[in-house]
Design a protein around this ligand. Structure first.
Ligand SMILES: Cc1ncc(COP(=O)(O)O)c(C=O)c1O
Length: 345
């Protein structure tokens, strides 16, 4: 028996001009033009998963495999590095700037790659639970790694403190009142992956930590393809900050419980992501760690290697309850898009 929760969003409303000003197709085109100048840039592959489609009762399931993105192992390669580029472009940073961020692993790698390109200095705060291979890869890209706190929120606090104390440039993938420019650029960077798609999906199952990727997916797809692609946000049951915030009608901090899905273990949503998803997401789903591991095994059986975090969207698809399936009109005509957000860790 699944312990999952499926919750169709009663507050779903159409995409507006205000949403488009935050994230839309035009932002994706700008970010893509930037990455197209990059020697390692290539669109990532979309693999079809016929066995998963059968198991889910869908017409087709495709997974965008982000494991090879810019040689950095995850879709996050499109975010932090783009925000660093934009800071330089706006004249707010240069080679003499020290950049700082907190990371569960992947975001830091992207910022490190961006900072390396411009020749700046970079300090990254990792929680004690972030696997050591991430620290090694960060150091290899020239970052100074500092271990602080048991979880992402605590390392985030340490990074903010360091930015305030030293006058460093914070590059956070989360946003809050008064801190939105950098995280918005990061989310606009993520939209490149959706801009690479040739065809409209009917449903997108997208995993969330602070919600930046899911909000980028929701806003971009609505601008390009209209209201039909249903957006389903999938979170670990141990860290359901977007589900609980949407239910509460405001961003809330969740206590949660331990989860092995480290990159999705966020207790507070990004403010901009919450604002977009609270009315653009069609449903919020939580899955167990075991369901994510099972989904990763199913993807591996069809030739796609991702971590359980990378397979969490697939787990959400399989865990959907019957009422939510009906509400989302998910049937044998559905063309499902999943994001394999990272390779094996
Ligand atoms: C592999 C992977 N998948 C998904 C996410 C979730 O992204 P977001 O925090 O923007 O919701 C992350 C975030 O770090 C990640 O590293």
């Amino acid at each position: 028996m699944s312990m999952s929760t499926s919750w169709p969003n009663p507050a779903r409303t159409p995409y507006t001009a205000r949403d488009r000003a935050l994230i839309g197709v035009e932002h994706a085109r700008q970010a893509r033009a930037h990455f197209e100048t990059h020697r390692r840039y290539r669109p990532t592959p979309l693999h079809s998963l016929p066995a998963l489609a059968r198991a889910a009762g869908a017409g087709t399931v495709g997974v965008k495999d982000e494991s090879g993105r810019l040689g950095l192992g995850s879709f996050k390669a499109l975010g932090g590095a783009y925000a660093v580029h934009r800071l330089v472009q706006r004249g707010e940073a240069d080679a003499s700037t020290t950049f700082v961020c907190a990371s569960a692993g992947n975001h830091g790698l992207s910022v490190a790659a961006g900072v390396r390109e411009i020749g700046g200095t970079f300090v990254v705060y990792l929680g004690h639970d972030v696997p050591e291979p991430f620290a090694d890869r960060l150091r290899a890209l020239g970052a100074e790694v500092r271990r602080r706190g048991g979880d992402y929120d605590q390392s985030m606090f340490a990074a903010q403190q360091a930015a305030d104390d030293n006058g460093w440039q914070l590059v956070s993938d989360s946003s809050w009142e008064g801190y939105t420019t950098v995280p918005l650029d990061i989310m606009r960077g993520y939209t490149v992956l959706f801009d690479e798609l040739a065809e409209a999906p009917t449903h997108v199952f997208v995993q969330a930590g602070v919600g930046g990727l899911a909000a980028a997916a929701a806003a971009y797809t609505r601008d390009r393809w209209g209201e039909r692609p249903a957006i389903v946000v999938v979170e670990p049951e141990g860290a359901p900050c977007l589900l609980e915030s949407a239910r509460a009608g405001e961003p809330v901090h969740v206590e949660g419980s331990p989860t092995t899905l480290g990159r999705l273990d966020c207790r507070e949503p990004s403010l901009i992501a919450y604002e977009l998803l609270s009315h653009l997401a069609d449903a919020f789903v939580t899955i167990t760690d075991a369901e994510a591991a099972d989904a990763a095994a199913r993807l591996a059986a069809e030739g796609v290697s991702v971590s359980p975090c990378g397979a969490t969207g697939a787990a959400g698809l399989l865990a959907l309850d019957a009422a939510t399936r009906r509400a989302l009109r998910l049937d044998s005509g559905a063309r499902i898009l999943l994001i394999g957000t990272e390779g094996p860790v």
